[in-house]
Structure formats: C-alpha cells, structure tokens
Design a protein around this ligand. Structure first.
Ligand code: G6P
Length: 485
C-alpha cells in the first residue's frame, strides 16, 4: 500500500543525530584515527543486532569531513572503517552551513530557550544574522531528511534525535510518507511563555517539524506536557493531556515518556578496571580521610557550576567546622568552545575556584580539586570516592551523572539534586532537593548530605541506584522502537 515518492534504501531501522557514534581526528602524518563515542544512544542502539541498521550523523570537524568524503555515499563502514555494529553515514555539510545551524540555532537559540539561559534584557536578538542561521538550520535538516529518505527501506522505523533535528521529521514525512518516524528530545522543553520569545514563524516551524513524527519522545512527563502546551499556545493544536496526544492540521502525534537510565553493567565493569583503580588511589592520596563532594559536568551554562562553587564557599564560610575536613572534587570538561558564552563561563568557573583556594587553602589542605580536561576513568574514580554528589543544574533534560554516581559509589553516596533536573522525577525521594538558584539552600543541603548518618546514606544510595537503572539504555531504545509499531 505504501508508495514511496523517492527510491528507497535497504535499512529497516535508522537513527539520526547531530553527533554520531564515532568521530575522527587526524594525525600529523595525515592518517585518520577513529574514536567511538559513549552515551545512552550508542549503548541503546547496541540492543539492535542488525547490521543493516544505519546511523546518519553530521561530520563535526575537518577530520570527520575528510573521512566522510573518502567513504562512498558517506558510509564509513564501506570505506573500511570498523565503526562497530551498525553502518554510519556521516553527512559532509558545508562548514558555514553546519556552523550556523549547530552553533547559531541549535546551541545558541534552541538550547538556550529550553534551558532558560537567556539574559533577556540583552539577549536574544533576532536580527538578519539570526535569519541566515535559521536558513542554514533548514538546509541542515533538509540534508538529514534527504539522506534518511535515501537509506530507509519501505516502512522503515526512523528515530530522529534532539533539538538539532527538529525540522527533519516533517521534511522526511513529505519525502517518504511510508516511514514510521519517531523524534526524541534529550533536553527539557520550555514553558510556552518562555518558548514564545522565539520569532512566531520559528516557534511554529520547530513544533510542526517535530509533529511530523508519529511519536515524539521526552525524558519526563514534565517536558512532554510543556511541549504539548507550546503546541496549544503557538499552533492552536488540540491537546489531550491525559492521553498525551497532540492533533494539528488533521494529524495526531503521540507523545511518549522514556526516562533513560544508567547503564549499570557497563558502569560497574568499567569502574573497576586498573586505569580507574590507579586514579582512585591518586585521588585518595590527595583527599586523605576527609569527606568528598563530587561533581562531574561538561562546562555547560545549564549545569550551574558557578553557583555550585558559591554554595561550597558559603558552606566553608558559615560552617567553619568543615574546613580541613572536606574536599570538593569538581571536574568540568570542555564543551562548545566556539561559543563565547561558554568560554566566558569556563573562565568564571576558574576564577571562583581560584578565589576559594585563596581564601581557604592551607599548607595541608586543598579545599577544591578542579580539573578542566576530560578524563573518563578519573570521573569514574571520583564517582567511586564520592560521599556527596552535587548535581544542581538550572534545568536539565535528565542528567545522567545523578544516576551514575549512586550506581558506582563504593561506600554509598548522598545526592544533592536540583529539582529542575529531569532525573529528579525518579530520584527526588531519596535525594536532598535544592532550588538551583539558591546558594544558601544548596550550602545547607551539602551540610545535610555530609552529616547524613552512614546507614541512612547507604540505604538511600541503594534505592537511588535501583531507580537510576530502572530503564537501561538498551530497553529505552527498544521501547521507543516498539512504540512506533
Ligand atoms: C546534550 C545534547 C546532546 C549533545 C550533548 C553534547 O546532551 O542533548 O545532543 O550531543 O549535549 O553536546 P555537543 O554540542 O558537544 O554535541
């Protein structure tokens, strides 16, 4: 009954995301080195043992572009790269178009909207530059839709990921009405009154783009309902909040909630390898018998690292009994440095860290261990050592660190958790909850977590770990696929 309007490919299952499961770097002699990425989506897709599945992603840098160009149709597996499991098609999008779509619209506009990050008296400004960025975002989404249309078998299931690709579902449906299309948002969704600061046509296009999917997935019900509210407010769509459906222009899109969990098997195995043990020994050496407060984040505006440090400083100022008895281990690894806001934020984190050091450190005690370079085994070592995990985002789709630390922690950790993280819906009962803007409250929460009786802390940590692993990535992925029918 299906009549694809374009010649179809052979893939029965496709994933599309900006950042793919592999990336390349080029060595001095010009050879390309391949690196596999981690994360829920990569583990999730591994549940599909289907070599005909295709993952479509963007070439993110020069080395990726070179690899994509050397591959027939951009299919890396056919160019002799071992990408493991599934075929990866990397799109070589013109660098200027990519940069305007990725930095300008995805990361400076949509990310800022959904995480409530604008400094509204001065930003955003929707000017002619913004319009050029928006045109590029349309072109970038069109390139994905065309690639997916070419790769998909008749009736294939296509899982489109995240805010980079909000237009792709509608564009793809126009090319291939036979496909079953899902979209999944890994971010929060803004409430309508904030979402509507976008220009009207852009606000509408993003919503109708996602509504082009048969099913739109979110990490929590809160974000799904916010999306539905935006559809009602901006498009006048008909929303059934109980059934989680949105009907617009004669089509109904189902909303789904899939709270991605931590990958317990992977984490527990990985956290006990020798490289992690070595880093744990080094951290223990610097901490001694003091208590630890651990945080691990991308240096990301929404992660609220600066207020976290201010809260720690407030704790040391107002409760001097903690001096020389606690160490804050903060890993803030680099992210999105093409954006000036992120470079400035990184500098702000380093500035306040220096102030804390100047104010409190003694010859025997370093109150804060801050690392700004990425080292995954060192992060796992800190997870194992944590007495308290601090996760205080302004807003976060889920926050997997909140879920990972309790799973890996050696002695059982307490979790100080922002009520604005998606993970709070599942972990709130056993966490110490904070309003992320309130540094006095956050300092008190740290004190409470540090003084929690050992037995209570261990019990809570067990329950946190159980809740955190309720939906492992493989099942999370299969659930979305099954829900597409
Ligand atoms: C968030 C987004 C992902 C993104 C990741 C890292 O988790 O939901 O789509 O890949 O941040 O950001 P980056 O810009 O480095 O891909």
């Amino acid at each position: 009954a299906f009549e694809p309007q374009q010649q179809s490919g052979a893939a029965p299952i496709l994933v599309a995301s900006n950042r793919g499961p592999v990336s390349f770097s080029s060595e001095d002699d010009g050879t390309l080195t391949l690196r596999r990425g981690g994360g829920g989506l990569v583990s999730g897709l591994s549940a599909i043992d289907d070599p005909t599945a295709v993952w479509v992603c963007a070439a993110l840098g020069d080395a990726d572009r070179q690899a994509a160009r050397q591959a027939p149709d951009g299919r890396l597996d056919r160019a002799g790269h071992d990408v493991g499991g599934q075929a990866v098609r990397m799109l070589d999008i013109e660098p200027g178009t990519f940069a305007r779509a990725y930095n300008g619209i995805a990361n400076s506009t949509l990310w800022f909207v959904h995480h409530l990050l604008y400094d509204t008296p001065v930003s955003p400004v929707f000017d002619d530059r913004f319009r050029r960025e928006w045109e590029s975002y349309v072109a970038y989404n069109t390139a994905f839709a065309e690639a997916l249309a070419a790769e998909a078998a008749p009736g294939a299931a296509v899982l489109v990921q995240d805010y980079h690709l909000s237009l792709a579902p509608e564009l793809l449906r126009a090319l291939r009405p036979d496909l079953r299309i899902g979209h999944f948002s890994h971010t929060p969704w803004a409430p309508p009154e904030y979402y509507r600061l976008l220009p009207d046509d852009v606000a509408a296009a993003v919503l109708t783009g996602i509504l082009g999917a048969d099913r739109a997935g979110f990490l929590t019900e809160r974000w799904a309902l916010a999306f539905a509210d935006c559809c009602a407010a901006v498009l006048g769509a008909e929303v059934d909040r109980a059934a989680l459906t949105v009907t617009h222009a004669g089509r109904t899109t189902r909303l789904g909630v899939h709270g991605l969990g931590a990958d317990a098997d992977f984490l527990r195995e990985r956290a006990h390898r020798p490289d992690v043990d070595a880093r744990l020994a080094a951290l223990r050496e610097s901490v001694g018998d003091r208590r630890t407060i651990v945080r691990v984040d991308r240096t990301e505006l929404s992660k609220n690292i600066v207020r976290g440090l201010l809260a720690y400083r407030h704790l040391l100022r107002t409760r001097p009994e903690w001096r020389d008895r606690v160490v804050h281990i903060a890993f803030a690894y680099p992210s999105r440095h093409d954006l000036p806001e992120y470079r400035e934020y990184t500098a702000a984190v380093q500035r306040i860290a220096q102030e804390i050091d100047d104010e409190f450190s003694t010859p025997d005690w370093q109150p804060l261990i801050l690392h700004v370079n990425d080292d995954f085994p060192r992060s796992l070592a800190a997870y194992r050592l944590a007495d308290v995990a601090l996760v205080n985002p302004i807003r976060d789709g889920m926050n997997l660190v909140a879920k990972e630390v309790p799973v890996v922690s050696d002695a059982g950790c307490a979790l100080v958790l922002s009520r604005e993280a998606g993970a709070h819906a599942e972990l709130g009962e056993d966490a110490v909850t904070v309003n992320p803007y309130d540094v006095v409250e956050t300092a008190e929460a740290l004190h409470r977590a540090l003084t929690m009786p050992d037995g209570e802390r261990a019990d809570r940590c067990k329950r946190l770990a159980a809740a955190a692993t309720a939906l492992p990535p493989q099942q999370w992925f299969l659930d979305q696929l099954n829900a597409l029918g």
